[in-house]
Design a protein around this ligand. Structure first.
Ligand SMILES: [Cu+2]
Length: 280
């Protein structure tokens, strides 16, 4: 008997919780007499109607034959002046690594508040003759600095449509910065070290995320509306899904990203970089 009463009580609590989430017009009159009705409609955090803004989440699944990313270049190619050990990627699970290389962002009509609220600082260091990080996502309008942490010169440049630049050569401790005013993918290279490759995803707004090793991503909360969720991977390109934000809609966007089996991933415009490096 005791347990049955408890069950009934719990059912009532659940019902009240659900009823509180309904639009005011749909709320049964009987519920308005309960204490819960004194609270502002839909104040519960889990209540869909109360959440003006909601998060779009998803899971990235990467498919490909298991191959190890090739990151090591013959050291003799670069031995001039001070020797700097070429950094190596500690890759334990190649698919987990690739999942964490997926950038997700919203595109199309975005809310007014979509512009970056503040100018965050972004860095892409040159460390051990690699870019660190070698994948960066920033909102349009952001400035990225490129500090040289190596005791050798680097000369960072890009020929991508979204942003062309050439920072010239500079030594350890120096830095240059670039402001990205156009959304797009900016591939970054070094004139002096052909193994150095980086990518900067300039997202159209502050609604972006990078998937974690398990493939999960979470975009900042957005107001109700229809959105295009874009997932991008350097070797696989762009994938798009429509998501409607609002009560009763599925707020997940899962992506299956097939990767080519080759070891080495080359972005579409890397040929420009290679032609630039003929002398090296
Ligand atoms: Cu370099």
């Amino acid at each position: 008997m005791q347990s049955k009463r408890q069950t009934i009580r719990w059912n009532r609590v659940l019902l009240l919780g659900v009823a509180g989430c309904w639009p005011a017009v749909a709320a049964p009159a009987a519920v308005s007499a309960t204490p819960a009705a004194d609270a502002p409609a839909c104040s519960a955090p889990a209540c869909p109607a109360a959440a003006v803004e909601q998060e779009i989440t998803g899971v990235i699944t990467v498919n490909r034959k298991l191959t190890r990313p090739s990151v090591t270049a013959p050291v003799s190619m670069y031995q001039r002046g001070t020797a700097v050990e070429l950094g190596k990627e500690a890759v334990e699970d190649p698919l987990a690594y690739e999942r964490s290389r997926v950038i997700v962002y919203l595109e199309g009509r975005l809310p007014e508040a979509a512009a970056p609220a503040h100018r965050a600082t972004f860095h892409m260091e040159q460390q051990n003759r690699r870019f660190a990080p070698d994948l960066l996502v920033v909102p349009v309008g952001a400035t990225v600095s490129f500090p040289n942490m190596d005791p050798i010169f680097h000369n960072i440049f890009s020929l991508s449509k979204a942003k062309e630049f050439d920072l010239g050569s500079y030594d350890k401790g120096d830095s240059r910065s670039v402001t990205f005013t156009k959304p797009g993918i900016v591939y970054v290279y070094c004139h002096l070290h052909p193994n150095m490759e980086g990518a900067i995803v300039v997202a159209p707004s502050r609604y972006y995320a990078q998937a974690d090793a398990s493939g999960h991503f979470r975009l900042p909360p957005v107001p109700p509306g229809e959105y295009t969720v874009v997932a991008w991977h350097k070797a696989a390109g762009f994938f798009r899904k429509q998501v409607t934000v609002g009560p009763g809609h599925d707020l997940t966007a899962d992506f299956l990203i097939p990767l080519p089996a080759e070891d080495r991933q080359k972005p579409a415009d890397s040929s420009h970089a290679m032609s630039h490096m003929g002398g090296h």
